[in-house]
Each structure stands twice: as structure tokens, then as C-alpha cells.
Design a protein around this ligand. Sequence first.
Ligand code: C2O
Length: 534
Amino acid sequence: MTDQSDNKNTNITMRAGIRRRDLMAASLAGAVALAGTRAWAQLGPTVPDHCVPPIPPGQPVAFTPVANAPLRARKSAFELSDPEIDKLKSAYAALRNLAQQSPDDPRNWFHQGQVHCWYCSGALDGLWGTEIHGSWWFLPWHRAYLFFHEQVLGSLINDPTFALPYWDWDTPGRDVFPFKTYGQPNDASNPLSDKSRAAGPNDRIPSQFVGDGMMQRVLGAATFTDFGGSSDQAAQNQMGILEGGPHGAVHVWTTDPKLDWNNPKPDMGVLASAAFDPVFFAHHANIDRIWDKWIKVPQSQHANPNSQAWLNQGFFFYDQAKNWNYITNSQMLEPELLSYRYQPPQQQQPATPVAAAAPPGPRPQVRLAQAPQLSAPVVDLSQGGAAKTLTPDPSSVRAALPQESRQRLNAAGTMAATPGKEQHVILRIEGVEIPSDRGALVNVFVNKPDATAATSTEDPAFAGTIAVVANQAPGAAGHAHPVVRNFGFDITRIAAQLGNASDITVTLVPATGAGEKPSAVNLRYNRIYIATRQ
Ligand code: C2O
């Protein structure tokens, strides 16, 4: 344990390119800047100068789940009763008060938000830890983060059953901001509010991101790589469809319902500041719930990665007793291993309480599977080796489709549903690079060269979306590295329809997601190709 943790500590410091003494200085500076300057009743956007976590008091402790802990039932933010909303308010009030009374307490509101900033390319000082976005760390890291956050909140109000709500933007009719629970942005008396939110009562999250079509793609993703991302040899730095679709869009939409991806706005619209808004945790509870839903899709082969590198990876968090914990992915494969569960949305029916007190049944079987490998490229659409830079206008790349390649893609397309022989056709877009203070949205179509920002993503030619939330607020880019991501879209269904085509076209369409063409886009990419996968 200690050896491994030592390594992890060194790893974090080394990757950040800083020494322990710098950590100390940066942490102190953060605390001083905070003391006495922020009243939680007046919250504007919080763009931190420093995100270095408080110095751990000693060695981390290995996380051990509490035996027979009461089950926490996470409910929709749209279904909380008034007393439940009050409880949520008092928990966040306590968290914010702690930031004023004990600026150094690692549990306090500011440090909770800072943790997220540290793991997503850091603050204005250019210091950061391991990047947990755009890869297969995204889902487990946020699961653990929410778990410790929830424990801290519960302990501050002495309620071991306290549960975070989830913002179920995917439930029909709930593609709106949960005002009743999270309050109006200018309500300075509400500890759940945040001035930086801009979504109004008449704004809806575009259906491209949270409508039926998108949710079917998300829940139908065949592998964890497609769904939750990958960092293994076959697909490094790959962002999954859940992160790259609804996740990013809801971040951006909350502070900018017009979705200008190239001009990101804190808090929610920028990863470094997002977790300073309490609604972040409801948004991510929904992401976590959808992971749980995906794994449990009936009759599916959906599974978490069985790679030791993934299972044994761990993360550090302060718990409610200020202990510095080390928790591994294998300890959080199922919500019930962490003593919480999701009460499904009750929609219009009267809410029936989930059996929160019921004794937990037999430990769920956690399905694991190996990430399938991609074949060598069947069609390469990269023209020359140089990176391509996008403009706001759609751009297409075309490649000849010799008979042999066409047959391979067609065959894979038609084998898609043959049990034991399933094949998938994957469109890979590699080396997508965006300045760290910009976000971007690009809709990708196959064999639809006239696609525009207004073309529906329900069109059969739609392959997938590149959606990247900015790491930092505009102006901070000089301090940090650009963001580089890879994408893999399952285009099996499109491949089955190729017919006798003698060439194939991939069209990249910068968009807002609300049907508009953006005024600017900052994105280049290296390579586009198509491959097959068993
Ligand atoms: Cu860590 Cu929604 O981002």
C-alpha cells in the first residue's frame, strides 16, 4: 500500500512538474487569497489562481467501505420535497461556512471545488495534477469525487443518509435548469445558487445532446471504450460518447444557453471552475447514474474494463474525517459498493420512496471485459501528415473506396448483429487539439458533404460529436498545455449502407448544437481513418 501510494504521490507532483515545496507555497497562497474575501451569500464566478490541494498530513489511508453503512438514495433534483431541499441547502451552507471559518480545512467548499480544478489542467498558476477528463478515468474519478463530497456534506449536517440529487436532463421534459432546487442565480441567500448561471426559465438544452436520439446512442454504446472512454494501447486519450455528448453540452449550456463553445464562461462552462457551482454535483450524479444504467441495460454485454491498469488505478480524496484516502477503481465498480443507489425518476407518478432501508441484496455481479482492439485502418482519410485546422465552415475529406475495402466495411456492417461474430466499424479522429482556454463542438457526418450546422444529428449520416469543454477561462492559455483528445465513433450502421460507393466522405461541421454556425472555432486534428473491430 505505502509503496504504491508513494508512487502515486510522486507521480502527481512529477506530472505537474513541481516540487513539494512549491506545492506548499501555492497552497498557502490560495488559502491567504481566500480568507475573508468571499462571503458565500455573494457568489459570482470563481476562477481560482491556485488549485493545489491542501498538503496531505501524512501517508494516505487505504479506503475501506463502512460495513452495513445505511444506503443513500439519490433522487432526481426535480423530485425533492421541500424538507429535502432544505436539507440540501443546510449541507451546502455548512460547507460554505466552513470555507470562511477554516480556510485550510480540506473539506470546505473552496477546497472541494479546487480538487476538480487540480485534476483538469489546473488554475492560472499553470500547476495541475493527473488529467482525468478525455479518457477512461473520467467515470470512476468523478464517482469517487461525488462519493467523498456526499460523505462530507452528510457529516456536516449529521445525516448519514444524506444523498446528492441528480439533474436528470435526459428525462423527457427535464431538459431545463432545476430552478426549484438549485435556486435563481441572483438569490444571494441561497447557498445552492451561483450568479454565473445564465440559463433562463424558457431555455432548453438542445435535443442534439439530451434528446432520445442521443440517449439511445449513449445507452446503446457497445463497449466501455465507446461509452466511457479509453486510455489503453488501442485507444489512448479517447473521450467516450457520454463525456463528449451530453456531459460537455450541459456544462456549457448552464452559463451560456446560446452555446458559444469558443468563448467559455465560468463557473460551469469551464472545467477549472465548474465544481464551484453546487449544480455541478447534480449534473455529475446524473452522469454517474447513466453509467450505472448503461452497465445494467438488459440483455447487453456491457461491461467495465478488465484491464489491471484500469482496475488498480486509484485516486486521492479527503474524507469527512479529513483523512487522505486512496480509493481504487475496483472498489467502485457498482454504486452499492459505496452504499448509495439511484432512485429512478418517478416522472409524473407520485413519488414512491425507494426502499432505502432494505437490507442490501447479494453483492451485484460486476461484469468486466477486455477492450476490443481495432484493426489496421481500412480506409485512411488523412491527406498528408500535417495537422488540419478547421474554420467555422464545414470541411470534407474524401478517400477512394477500393472494392476490397468496401467489402470489408459492408461485411462488418452486416455482421454487426450476428451473435458471436459481431463486428463494428469505427471512425477514428485522432490528435484533436484545442487551446486549453477554448471549447469546441464539431458534428461529424459520413457521406453527407452538404451537411451544415443546421443538419439534424438524427440524420442517418450523423456519425458522432466532438464536444470539448474548455479547461480554463479565456486568457489562461499561456499558462497551460493545449488539450489533445481522440474520438472513435461507431459507424457500423452507416457502413452497412455503403452499397456500391466508390469513395467515402467525412464532413466536419463546427456547430453550436442549437442549429447555428459558430463565429469562430479553434481546433485542429491530425488523422481520420476507418477501421473494424471484433
Ligand atoms: Cu470533471 Cu463535468 O467535469
